[in-house]
Design a protein around this ligand. Sequence first.
Ligand SMILES: *[C@@H]1O[C@H](CO)[C@@H](O)[C@H](O)[C@H]1NC(C)=O
Ligand SMILES: *[C@@H]1O[C@H](CO)[C@@H](O)[C@H](O)[C@H]1NC(C)=O
Ligand SMILES: *[C@@H]1O[C@H](CO)[C@@H](O)[C@H](O)[C@H]1NC(C)=O
Ligand SMILES: *[C@@H]1O[C@H](CO)[C@@H](O)[C@H](O)[C@H]1NC(C)=O
Ligand SMILES: *[C@@H]1O[C@H](CO)[C@@H](O)[C@H](O)[C@H]1NC(C)=O
Ligand SMILES: *[C@@H]1O[C@H](CO)[C@@H](O)[C@H](O)[C@H]1NC(C)=O
Ligand SMILES: *[C@@H]1O[C@H](CO)[C@@H](O)[C@H](O)[C@H]1NC(C)=O
Ligand SMILES: *[C@@H]1O[C@H](CO)[C@@H](O)[C@H](O)[C@H]1NC(C)=O
Length: 455
Amino acid sequence: MKFIFLSLVPLLSGLTSTTAIAVENEYVPAGASITVARPSLFSRLHSSDANKKKKDNWGNAVERDRKKITIRSSKHDRDDISDDFLWALKKANHGGLVHLEKRKKYVIGKKLDLTFLKDVYVRLDGELKFTNDIEYWQANNFYYDFQKSITFWVWGGKDIKIYGSGIINGNGQAWWDGFSGASILDPNNEYYRPILFLTDNATNIEVKGLHLKDSPCWTTFFVRTKNIIFDDIYIDAVSTNVSSLPKNTDGFDSLNVDGVTVTNTRVNVGDDCFSAKPNTTNIFLKNLWCNGTHGVSMGSVGQYSGVKDYISNAWIENVTLINGENGARLKAWAGPSAGYGFMDNITYKDIFIENTDNPIVLDQCYFNINETICAAYPSKVDITNVNFLNIRGSSSGKEGRVVADLTCSPGSTCSGIHLEDINITSPAGSPSLIVCDDAVGDIGVACIPRSEVKD
Ligand SMILES: *[C@@H]1O[C@H](CO)[C@@H](O)[C@H](O)[C@H]1NC(C)=O
Ligand SMILES: *[C@@H]1O[C@H](CO)[C@@H](O)[C@H](O)[C@H]1NC(C)=O
Ligand SMILES: *[C@@H]1O[C@H](CO)[C@@H](O)[C@H](O)[C@H]1NC(C)=O
Ligand SMILES: *[C@@H]1O[C@H](CO)[C@@H](O)[C@H](O)[C@H]1NC(C)=O
Ligand SMILES: *[C@@H]1O[C@H](CO)[C@@H](O)[C@H](O)[C@H]1NC(C)=O
Ligand SMILES: *[C@@H]1O[C@H](CO)[C@@H](O)[C@H](O)[C@H]1NC(C)=O
Ligand SMILES: *[C@@H]1O[C@H](CO)[C@@H](O)[C@H](O)[C@H]1NC(C)=O
Ligand SMILES: *[C@@H]1O[C@H](CO)[C@@H](O)[C@H](O)[C@H]1NC(C)=O
């Protein structure tokens, strides 16, 4: 218990003396501290500058002008500090900063509702690590209907910056071991695994410099979010157990998001590098490196019957994709129970692809349906204005000489599909082939129907 005394300048005219009163009988957890920002020497010397303090991109105080909160760190992997962390965020809310220090570990063992935030910084230089108490987390989490997702915590509100040289560690190994052999798309699967970082109902989020490590399931998921920026991030999920590899550890997923930017980021996971899910608009990706992934995907969209989905205005530039299943991919569902919608104005530019099974994919007959079924129940997702510009490198040869596969739906619009400067070789022989079907129209490069592929 601590008493905090504040010197108050007189609030009412007429009061002449400065009064010191105990404003709060305030709880401060053991090992925590609050440091109030002092005006810098410079601004004290130049009092006119004190009135126009430096602001961040959102018009809020910069780091040095913020009240700083620290908390005790964990002594071991079961020493849960989630109450302290929650306390710190409440204290730092509205203009403060929580600092998690270098070489210190902070273990989170309880689910956290962090949707109340407004103008807060978290400087993470240490490690935030989740417990791997599977029983606890499967009973205590935040659940999303979309692909039956759960998460440890939800970040929401406005103007949230999380940055530093630290790590958010999902401690995924036990989860992957437990999930081994199961499938997330199996309707009977009930072994849910948490997403490492999730925003919901959030505006203006910036995450910078961090290492997001070993997520049990998707690494990030943005829901109902506006303007989210990830810069200078490293994401990986690496198993130490050969019989249970990380699964579904997507780098980035989004749902009902307007404005998502990912730059200068490396992703080393066995699933999607970036995957815009339904209703994502204004996507900007630049300078990404993705190893062993399922590619940078738009979609899948149109999965749920009667539901309208869309993705529009995506710019994807300077991305390296190596050792993956897919490179640049668009996917829309067809079949008797599919939904509808559109994808419009998507550009992939300057993409380098190496040792990848399907370097370029446009699939309007997703998921796993054959031509007959796709023709009988074609996709109701319109795909328009898609550019693949300067895509080079090599395939793995798994699909023979085919390096690009474009399947449009006969049942909806598929127009303005344009390829230019494509140079992808295949170890299976040359020339490499671009496969397209009748519905695709003139795509700017020579292509052949699937039925003419001999090898
Ligand atoms: C979203 O957040 C705002 C405040 O930022 C709140 O007023 C609103 O109720 C929240 N909406 C939902 C659906 O959670
Ligand atoms: C590796 O994963 C398998 C499959 O889940 C599991 O049976 C085994 O116990 C794990 N090995 C170790 C050393 O944890
Ligand atoms: C392209 O991205 C890579 C990271 O994958 C970066 O090293 C390189 O500088 C970028 N190139 C340009 C022209 O920005
Ligand atoms: C790419 O991923 C593979 C498979 O996980 C791994 O063996 C390899 O070391 C990774 N390459 C780099 C440069 O990280
Ligand atoms: C996408 O937005 C539309 C409204 O434009 C909404 O009806 C639909 O449910 C949303 N899709 C998803 C998957 O949330
Ligand atoms: C297409 O998307 C880009 C961003 O990638 C945007 O600048 C442009 O205005 C969009 N075009 C249309 C017609 O909306
Ligand atoms: C296509 O799939 C349907 C349903 O799985 C199956 O009945 C049909 O035989 C398949 N047709 C071809 C040509 O493979
Ligand atoms: C295509 O790339 C290969 C190397 O990957 C290069 O040898 C060849 O000259 C390129 N072709 C064109 C037309 O640029």
